[in-house]
Ligand binder design. Structure first.
Ligand SMILES: [Fe+2]
Length: 165
């Protein structure tokens, strides 16, 4: 693939909670779709729709993850929410550049996703999943809710992304 930023999912990124892992894989796919669109210069309309989907999916994923951590009474919940909020704030700043100021800050966006998002999964998300596992917290009920939320989401957000997944 002619995409130097292509990110390959590796098993060390799995947190061991199926719904979360599936959502993380979708986020990585959106990231790869974005870097492909940028590397092939597919144009503003396509790239903007991918950014739009990325933001929608990320926000939904974060809020479901936060619900899970709240249900599990996870000690690090407020710190985790603060990390999510910081990331969303940075995404919003970049989205403002794209959508309002018309500045194509692609490399900034790709760098943010590559470093922040992937590290967040690798470090912070794996940390909570380990704590939940050690506490024997069952994620079954939450997973059922999370899946149905994401079926709804996949009808809207994800399917709006232009081809070539
Ligand atoms: Fe997270």
């Amino acid at each position: 693939m002619n995409n130097k930023n292509y990110f390959e999912w590796t098993p060390d990124l799995n947190v061991g909670i199926e719904a979360i892992d599936e959502q993380h894989k979708v986020l990585v796919s959106i990231f790869n779709r974005l870097t492909l669109a940028v590397s092939k210069d597919e144009g503003d309309r396509v790239i903007r729709s991918i950014i739009d989907s990325l933001m929608g999916y990320t926000k939904a994923h974060f809020s479901l993850e936060e619900k899970l951590l709240a249900e599990a009474s996870y000690d690090g919940l407020s710190e985790h929410i603060a990390q999510h909020d910081e990331f969303i704030a940075r995404l919003n700043d970049l989205a403002t550049k794209f959508f309002v100021e018309d500045i194509p800050a692609y490399s900034e966006l790709i760098e943010l996703l590559r470093t922040w998002l992937i590290d967040h999964i690798r470090i912070s998300d794996k940390k909570y999943s380990e704590v939940l596992r050690q506490a024997n917290f069952s994620t079954v009920a939450w997973e059922r809710k999370a899946q149905s939320e994401f079926y709804k989401l996949s009808d809207t957000t994800v399917l709006r992304i232009p081809d070539a997944w």
